[in-house]
Design a protein around this ligand. Structure first.
Ligand SMILES: Cc1ncc(COP(=O)(O)O)c(C=O)c1O
Length: 417
């Protein structure tokens, strides 16, 4: 049987006070818990109190390990930040309320109006829009390039002398892999910082080890992994952490304690999930490549993918990620709709990296804003399906894909007969 823990209410002595006062204060603020939970608790408090006002003063002055107000820092978020920094091999990390909040903070704390950015042309849509819209309006020059064409990158760096390069390890939806070490080498010629969005590739590649100063993840995806968290994180140097923390103090896009705790819980199974998802994705990609109703499969682990060699060099034995894209043979938007509707196991929803397999049509979702001509120019066919492979049995996933492909193509044959 457990014993009742006496709560020692710091600074408020409630004995003899009115019930209205006792209802508010009794049971709160245990000053020195005599137990240690195995996992970091959720600290929901927005504000902190200290017995000694000198300590409070130090806390307000930013003393290490002291908390005063959650927008300035929170023990649950700190625990998450420390494990992310550890896994990324950086001195620090700062958590944000979404992946886009993290991207926004990483960009705006790294440049000033009047400076230039060289960015990948096939960045995640919202990042592209932020750079092409808001960041340009803010007074920066933004030059978009094909980040896999290193001559083009070198040319843009020479012409624009950027302060920042923005790229992703694995692009969406064609899964092209950026040669990060080569981009970092080019960036160094003008002392530009390199920001890498590593959302698709946690644990299989650590961009900071190859010289990237800012590594961003949408925590919403693989790191949390269960489709129940919206968050982001920037792993970076101690100096840049200071800037980011000050930015959060002003801009306020912090990750709340509850979401931090969920993400922290997700991290614990990230290695297991990534290993499983990479293995299953490889099985699924290889099995559907010869499927008679599939005309093309994009997976960096397949020898015919244009980024296969780069992926092997960067990822080594850690796998090629859990994302696949494939084209339904002679598929138009209608076949993709029929295919998505016919799925019984794979969930036809946006997002990626969850324990559940998820499928979407880039034409309907991520690349909806582009014209057909623009989509075709970057290689996105109308019949393209993007698949985020979950942790289910790969055999069950393949059976579901096969069934949905036959329903989709069968319906078309029936309609045209
Ligand atoms: C590569 C990449 N970066 C950033 C984001 C934005 O993350 P969030 O939706 O958590 O803001 C996404 C979202 O899909 C993404 O795929």
């Amino acid at each position: 049987m457990g014993t009742t823990v006496q709560q020692d209410s710091t600074r408020v002595r409630t004995q003899g006070l009115d019930p209205a006062t006792r209802a508010v204060h009794v049971g709160e603020r245990p000053s020195r818990p005599e137990f240690t939970p195995v996992v970091t608790p959720i600290y929901p408090g927005s504000t902190y109190v200290y017995e000694d006002l000198e300590v409070m003063d130090a806390a307000l002055g930013g003393a290490e390990g002291k908390y005063v107000y959650t927008r300035y820092g929170n023990p649950t978020s700190s625990a998450l930040e420390s494990v992310i920094a550890d896994l990324e091999g950086t001195s620090a990390a700062v958590a944000f309320s979404s992946g886009m909040a993290a991207v926004h903070a990483a960009i705006t704390t790294s440049i000033a109006p009047g400076q230039s950015i060289v960015a990948s042309r096939d960045l995640y849509g919202a990042t592209y829009s932020m750079l092409a819209g808001f960041v340009r309006e803010w007074g920066c020059t933004v030059e978009f390039v094909d980040m896999l064409d290193l001559d083009q990158v070198a040319g843009a760096i020479e012409r624009f002398t950027p302060s920042l390069i923005v790229c992703e390890v694995i692009s969406n939806p064609l899964l092209r892999v950026t040669d990060i070490p080569a981009v970092v080498k080019l960036a160094r010629t003008v002392r530009a910082a390199v920001l890498v969005d590593s959302t698709f590739s946690p644990l299989i590649y650590a961009p900071a080890a190859d010289g990237a100063q800012l590594v961003v993840h949408s925590l919403t995806k693989y790191i949390s992994g269960h489709g129940d968290v919206t968050g982001g994180v920037v792993a970076t140097t101690a100096l840049r952490r200071e800037k980011l923390v000050n930015f959060v103090k002003m801009a306020g896009a912090l990750l709340g304690p509850f979401e931090s705790w969920l993400a922290l819980r997700g991290v614990k199974t990230l290695p297991l999930r990534m290993e499983r998802q990479c293995t299953s994705a490889a099985i699924v990609a290889e099995a559907i490549a010869p499927h008679p109703l599939v005309s093309r499969v994009y997976y960096p682990g397949l020898a015919d993918h244009p980024s296969h060699d780069t992926a092997r060099r960067l990822f080594g034995e850690r796998g090629f990620g859990g994302m696949i894209a494939f084209e339904i043979k002679d598929g138009a938007r209608e076949q993709v709709v029929d295919f998505l509707e016919a799925l019984k196991l794979v969930v036809p929803a946006t997002s990626l990296g969850d324990v559940y397999s998820l499928a979407l049509s880039p034409v309907m979702a991520s690349h909806r804003g582009l014209t057909a001509g623009e989509r075709h120019a970057i290689g996105i066919a109308d019949g393209l399906v993007r698949l985020s492979v979950g942790i289910e049995s790969p055999t069950d996933i393949l059976d579901d894909l096969d069934h949905a492909l036959h329903v989709a193509v069968g319906r078309t044959l029936h309609a045209t007969a």
